[in-house]
Design a protein around this ligand. Structure first.
Ligand SMILES: [Zn+2]
Length: 337
């Protein structure tokens, strides 16, 4: 069964004037092929793997409305259109009961999301792009950053089209970038929160650079200006642990995090800064694995008379104050400073 709708050089007038009408016009997962001035090369732009992360799709619409031609061909994949349109708009990461699409890019491709992921990989294989950019919003408010699985000048160049922060991580979750990386440089770009004005500006400006630059794999700026976040560790909740966000410990919760915990995103946080409260031992409620697979909970957090602190000076990122994300994905990523 074909899940994707294919459009070649779509007429902007047929695509609606705002994101909702654009997505309704697409009607489901869509692949837009835009022919470039140099039609011998192709880049890929993937977005809306998560239905609640609309900035990339909106940036694509803004590009199409300008009626410009890209420097090379661009194959654009807009994936979770149905989840995005499920009311209330842009609130569903995926449809209820479905797996996280950005965890489905490795076998078994057995369910609906798996088939969708497999088809995305097939489209990318067919076009063998010189680069893949997968654009997301962060779950909370925060600054933009790029993510890739390893660091070299190609990835530096790609990321610097969008942002100055680069997270290097290879955590084997079945994310798109982990898979396509084998055939071409791939970066995930997190442009910031979907309600952040800055996020849309970052998405729009970065997409224009990505679509119009003659060469996206050669650093134009001094790569020294990139800030790297390497050897990050995911701080996760253990299964069954109840999480709350509040200004004081919630009796029913195993972990209560302060509601403004997002303010630590990409900022160094000292061991004296309280993060919340924990019932019992840190290892009872949290789990974390370092690159060698060892338990890293004690190197990330400590509990003192029920209060939660960093175990050492850390930089935290992808800090969420969304309990669903914290439960199903992770609370934050951390690197030692
Ligand atoms: Zn996402």
């Amino acid at each position: 069964m074909r899940r994707f709708r294919f459009l070649r050089n779509p007429d902007p007038a047929s695509l609606g004037s705002d994101l909702e009408s654009f997505l309704r016009a697409l009607g489901g997962p869509a692949c837009l092929f835009l022919e470039g001035a140099d039609s011998s090369r192709t880049r890929a732009f993937v977005t809306l793997l998560h239905g609640n992360e609309p900035s990339g799709a909106r940036a694509l619409l803004h590009w199409l409305q300008q009626g410009r031609q890209s420097a090379v061909n661009v194959v654009c994949i807009v994936a979770s259109v149905n989840a995005a349109l499920q009311p209330p708009l842009y609130s569903h990461r995926m449809l209820p009961g479905a797996r996280d699409l950005n965890r489905c890019f490795r076998p078994p491709f057995s369910d609906e999301q798996g088939h969708l992921a497999e088809e995305i990989l097939e489209i990318l294989r067919l076009h063998h792009p010189e680069a893949v950019v997968d654009m997301h919003n962060t779950s909370g408010s925060g600054p933009a950053f790029g993510v890739c699985t390893h660091r070299d000048r190609h990835h530096d160049a790609l990321v610097s089209l969008f942002t100055r922060r680069l997270v290097i991580t290879d955590i084997g979750l079945g994310a798109l970038m982990e898979i396509t990386e084998e055939s071409c440089p791939t970066v995930t770009v997190e442009v910031g929160g979907r309600l952040d004005r800055e996020a849309q500006l970052t998405a729009d400006a970065g997409l224009v650079r990505y679509f119009t630059a003659d060469n996206v794999l050669t650093p134009v700026a001094n790569p020294e200006t990139l800030e790297y976040f390497e050897h990050s560790i995911r701080l996760e909740l253990n299964p069954g642990m109840a999480l709350a966000y509040a200004d004081q410990p919630v009796p029913e919760a195993d972990v209560t995090l302060l509601p403004d915990i997002e303010r630590h995103n990409f900022q160094p946080v000292d061991p004296a800064v309280a993060l919340g409260w924990v019932k019992g031992d840190a290892k009872r409620v949290f789990r974390a694995r370092d690159g060698g697979g060892r338990c890293a909970v004690a190197s990330l957090v400590r509990v003192e008379e029920g209060a939660l602190f960093p175990a050492q000076r850390l930089k935290l990122f992808m800090v969420t104050n969304n309990p669903d994300i914290a439960q199903s994905d992770c609370i934050c990523y951390a690197v030692e400073v």
